[in-house]
Design a protein around this ligand. Structure first.
Ligand SMILES: [Zn+2]
Length: 188
């Protein structure tokens, strides 16, 4: 076995997403890319009328890892989501990590980024479900965001419900019925 390079945890994760890009990077470069970029480089969002839910479609992840993916592989300014809710892999189960600044325009739902917040749950809900801690954190976060922006529950959309978006996100098992029965905050 040859040890031609020593991959750290970020590179090992990135390799599962893009072998081509990961081969061009060192762990040190990844560590820099994982850090929050200057907020001045991110455009403010003109409107907030929707909150869009995503899954990562990966078994594991966190804001720093998605930030590296979105910057190095997709070429974006920062991680595309405003919030990521961990599943205990690279951040604690149910931990809410802040991604892009809440007032910035995200990159998570084509055609809708100028008017929406994006929340990503770590996991692949085509064949698994969010953890109870993720569900609890998501309910709290949604409740807080709806209050802050003066929105009703109808403002919450699954990514695949966004007009013009062709995607299965947030996974076939994460349905509208599941959202409404298991997650949506009760009317207060
Ligand atoms: Zn999505």
């Amino acid at each position: 076995m040859t040890a031609e390079r020593s991959d750290g945890p970020i590179l090992r994760w990135l390799r599962t997403r893009s072998d081509r890009v990961s081969r061009k990077l060192t762990e040190e470069q990844c560590t820099l890319l994982a850090q929050k970029p200057p907020e001045a480089s991110i455009a403010p969002r003109p409107e907030t009328s929707a909150v869009i839910l995503h899954h990562s479609a990966t078994p594991d992840g966190s804001v720093p890892l998605f930030r590296v993916l979105h910057r190095a592989v997709f070429g974006w300014d920062d991680v595309g989501y405003h919030f990521v809710i961990g599943n205990g892999s690279f951040s604690p189960d149910g931990a809410v990590e802040e991604g892009r600044p809440r007032e910035a325009t995200g990159a998570h739902a084509r055609g809708f980024n100028e008017k929406s917040l994006g929340i990503c749950l770590v996991g692949d809900f085509s064949d698994s479900m969010p953890t109870p801690c993720q569900v609890s954190s998501l309910a709290d976060l949604l409740s807080e965001l709806l209050r802050i922006y003066g929105l009703g529950a109808e403002a919450i959309l699954l990514h695949r419900e966004v007009p013009g978006c062709v995607t299965e996100c947030p996974g076939a098992r994460f349905t509208r019925k599941y959202l409404e029965s298991d997650i949506l905050p009760p009317v207060r």
